[in-house]
Ligand binder design. Structure first.
Ligand code: FAD
Ligand code: SF4
Length: 525
């Protein structure tokens, strides 16, 4: 067992309350690595348990199981160790092989009774629920409770983001004026789809907040180096300087910086891509939100305040609120609502394994400028915004028929903000249409024309976005038609894609296009 101080190299503290459980004392409370904000520490508010001793477990088996992005491993360990350092002697910080071993190290054999907030993955929830000493408390870190979502879902015929989002807005009185949406419209997406300004390599916006690394980051980097050297774990991607907040204080600085300097331009260029400016006006808050360092309600409330004060326009604020109070909440609840077998859905029967160049984030192996650029962003930072995720990475996987479970695993491992709950609906549903339309009404994929319109990536590319065949054929354009052809029957029956399918009949070069596509196989595009 290691106290927080020992985890950081200091002498072990004595008698922190976890080693022997006094039946009169409040039960210890376990914090998972994505439950790091103040709202997880006293989950029952004041009263009994308000000062319960805390337990944190750094389980090595989690890193051993999969090949994570190194920047993600760094961020999570850094955030956990920073939190332990802040909590001081109140926390027992254990380094163990598994959670089960960690509980025994912290709380004896068998472990003393303890509480934990509802974990964010089914695996962790199952573990907690099967341990009789663990009491699972309601989830924290989301705006809508499980019970409220269940009541909402039961009252609907089908689930749609737009109606969920409006319901959340009204319930939380978010951007509302006397029961009506501020500005008279619920949805300002139409104003938020501008292509990037032509001829500009970057947006004219203050850059994102950046952290300064400290001794804890050095220690984490040292440990990761050692584990890799010992052959204990293997990572993908680069662990450059840490880019995302690892403490509550850093997360609040990042939020403040975003609201003050970047929120006003958030909406307009939300869907745009620039090779030289991958972050544009995005908030980069998914990582601290998903680590539990920020509460979603405080993020949207601050954005609304900026709007009310006249510091940010409605389209940007509505766009940001939609992402957090709409999409993030919706995705969280769909993860639980869709059930365990959702991860195995494969409606399109896609079974191709992921090619090595993709698994290894080998951007240099790829000729297609959009894919190479985005793959390099993932390799270097573990992050890209939603359009590269959906329309470059996910679209490539969908067009090439990659196994959706393997694609989900790849996103989970390679993104700093990737967790089981957020990956499954976003990848299985949104990006790979593997649920056959439970989450979206049509598959999200496009030809090169969309990427050309929304980015500056096609100009320097060796391919032409309009070319379907031949040496300059754009893999997205050819891949789009090949995808429609492969799933012609299903997509013809969907009113949102039937027109596109009819376009196939007008393609005189379809046989040549299909031959070219088949010949390419898994060679990097
Ligand atoms: P912003 O564009 O600034 O948006 C603000 C916030 O809204 C984000 O920080 C995030 O918390 C929330 N948000 C927006 N869309 C979603 C969404 N679809 N699901 C959940 N939260 C959302 N988001 C993750 O947090 N983790 C993931 O692993 C993840 N995987 C994705 C995989 C695919 C294929 C796609 C299409 C989207 C995925 N997203 C994921 C959603 C979205 O891409 C990221 O939340 C966003 O790009 C993070 O950058 P940001 O913080 O700058 O977001
Ligand atoms: Fe990507 Fe095609 Fe544009 Fe090249 S031409 S950048 S492959 S969309």
């Amino acid at each position: 067992m290691v106290t927080a101080r020992a985890a950081l190299g200091a002498a072990p503290a004595r008698g922190n309350g976890c080693e022997r459980h006094n039946p009169m004392a409040p039960r210890p409370h376990w914090l998972f690595g994505d439950q790091l904000g103040p709202h997880f520490v006293n989950p029952r508010g004041g009263g009994p348990g308000a000062h319960a001793p805390l337990v944190m477990i750094e389980a090595r088996s989690v890193l051993r199981r999969r090949r994570f992005h190194r920047a993600k491993a760094h961020l999570v360990l850094s955030a956990m160790r920073h939190r332990a350092a802040e909590l001081g002697d109140r926390v027992t910080y254990v380094r163990a092989e598994t959670y089960a071993e960690g509980l025994e190290q912290a709380l004896g054999h068998p472990p003393a009774p303890l509480t934990v907030c509802h974990p964010t993955s089914r695996r962790a929830l199952d573990f907690a629920r099967t341990r009789k000493e663990v009491e699972v408390l309601p989830a924290k870190g989301f705006m809508v409770s499980h019970d409220d979502f269940a009541r909402w879902a039961d009252s609907r015929q089908g689930l749609r983001l737009e109606s969920f989002y409006r319901w959340v807005r009204a319930r939380h009185d978010l951007l509302m004026d006397g029961g009506e949406p501020a500005g008279g419209r619920w949805n300002l997406d139409h104003d938020n789809r501008e292509p990037p300004p032509r001829g500009q390599e970057t947006l004219d916006v203050r850059g994102p907040w950046q952290p300064r690394e400290d001794a804890i980051d050095d220690e984490v980097r040292h440990d990761l180096d050692r584990w890799e050297r010992d052959g204990d774990v293997s990572f993908v991607g680069r662990d450059g300087p840490r880019r995302f907040p690892a403490t509550r204080r850093e997360a609040l600085s990042a939020l403040r910086h975003f609201i003050t300097h970047r929120l006003p331009d958030f909406g307009r260029y939300e869907d745009a891509m620039l090779a030289g400016d991958p972050v544009l006006s995005h908030s980069l808050l998914s990582a601290p939100l998903n680590l539990g360092l920020l509460d979603p309600a405080e993020c949207v409330e601050r954005a609304e305040r900026a709007f009310r004060a006249g510091d940010a326009p409605l389209n940007s604020v509505e766009g940001f609120v939609r992402q957090i109070a709409g999409w993030r909440e919706y995705v969280w609840h769909l993860y639980w609502h869709f059930g365990e077998d959702y991860r195995h859905r494969n409606a399109l029967r896609h079974t191709t394994p992921l090619p090595d160049w993709f698994l290894d984030l080998d951007a240099e192996a790829v000729t297609a400028n959009c894919l190479s650029t985005v793959l390099a962003q993932v390799r270097d930072t573990g992050w890209t915004h939603h359009i590269p995720r959906l329309m470059v990475l996910g679209s490539r996987a969908l067009q090439d028929g990659w196994d959706p479970a393997a694609v989900t695993d790849w996103f989970h491992r390679c993104f700093v903000d990737g967790y089981d709950w957020v990956m499954l609906p976003n990848v299985v549903g949104m990006s790979q249409y593997a649920d056959g339309g439970l989450m979206t009404t049509k598959p999200y994929t496009s030809g090169g024309a969309y990427i050309n319109k929304m980015s500056d990536l096609c100009g320097p590319c060796a391919y032409r976005p309009t070319a379907r065949t031949g040496d300059h054929a754009c893999p997205y354009t050819a891949g789009y038609w090949a995808f429609l052809h492969r799933h012609r029957a299903r997509l013809a029956a969907n009113h949102r894609t039937s027109r596109a399918v009819k376009g196939l009949d007008r393609l005189k070069d379809l046989p040549e296009l299909l031959d070219d596509t088949a010949r390419r196989g898994d060679t990097p595009p």
